[in-house]
Design a protein around this ligand. Sequence first.
Ligand code: MRU
Length: 329
Amino acid sequence: MKVRTESGTQELRAVWFENGHLRLIDQRRLPQTLSIVETADWRRATEMIRDMTVRGAPAIGITAAYAMALALRAGEDAATAATYVKSARPTAYDLFYAVDRIVAACAAGADPAAAANAYADEIVEKCRAIGLHGARLITDGMKVMTHCNAGALATGDWGTALAPLRVAHDEGRRLFVYVSETRPRLQGMQLTAWELVQEGIDHAIIPDGASARYLSDGVGLVITGADRIAANGDFANKIGTLDKAILARHFGVPFYVAAPVSTFDPNAANGQAIPIEYRAEEEVTCLAGQRLAPTGSRALNPSFDVTPGELVTGFITERGIFPPGHLPA
Ligand code: MRU
């Protein structure tokens, strides 16, 4: 991804491996500070997924692949390490897919770091392909709405939902992006908007509650990412996605979901089989570390909702665009 610094623009991945260390952008500190953190400890790498130093399903998968590589290099038992890494977060299927891929590759004799590097390269290349397929949906002058962060930070590079926008922009099409802020952790306002600034793509941040206002007034397309997609097309994504899908159907706006096949869970028949993470009440009751809710009020904080596949116009994958019910095998 492009990152603008005082010394110019540089190309960076969100997660990579260097000199025996996992390195990644600390997403909790953006947009104020671009900070790179590193570790050679596989348990610490797992902790970085758990505490959301790194988040976004494909980026979680890449980090998990490196955590497994570090564990196997350290001589840990593969099954024990796999169970531990998989416990980091429950919803993003990429986490489970990536761990199983590295365990299988190493059981077949691959070098752990080489296997994890190959996995990261593969996901980034798949996201680029998603961008090329999805860009065909973006017409010159289009207004697009997205939710949460499904850009380069969430995937290593290119993004899922943001990849088609980046390709269309690079190809010279003018577009405008409505970025919903994404309470409670503000991944839209803090991460997606930051990425769009880096890429020079015109956009505005909107309150989550303003979606209906803008979907009723000229938005041509909604694109989101996904954390896990069931066989029937039901999918889990950041809380608030379901609202946008229902509103998009109401106002006749096409609703697309962009994800690599590592996010498709073949074992989940439908959305009811997707485990949903609930996070701390304080993410809702506090802002910037300060409690704003009354003492005595409780909060509910489901991190994801499940959108029925019937509300999806198409799934944009590295293999092309598929309607629900015709998902890639
Ligand atoms: O809780 P997060 O930030 O890890 O949530 C995941 C997401 O960023 C979104 O749900 C995203 O749209 C799908 S992952 C590219």
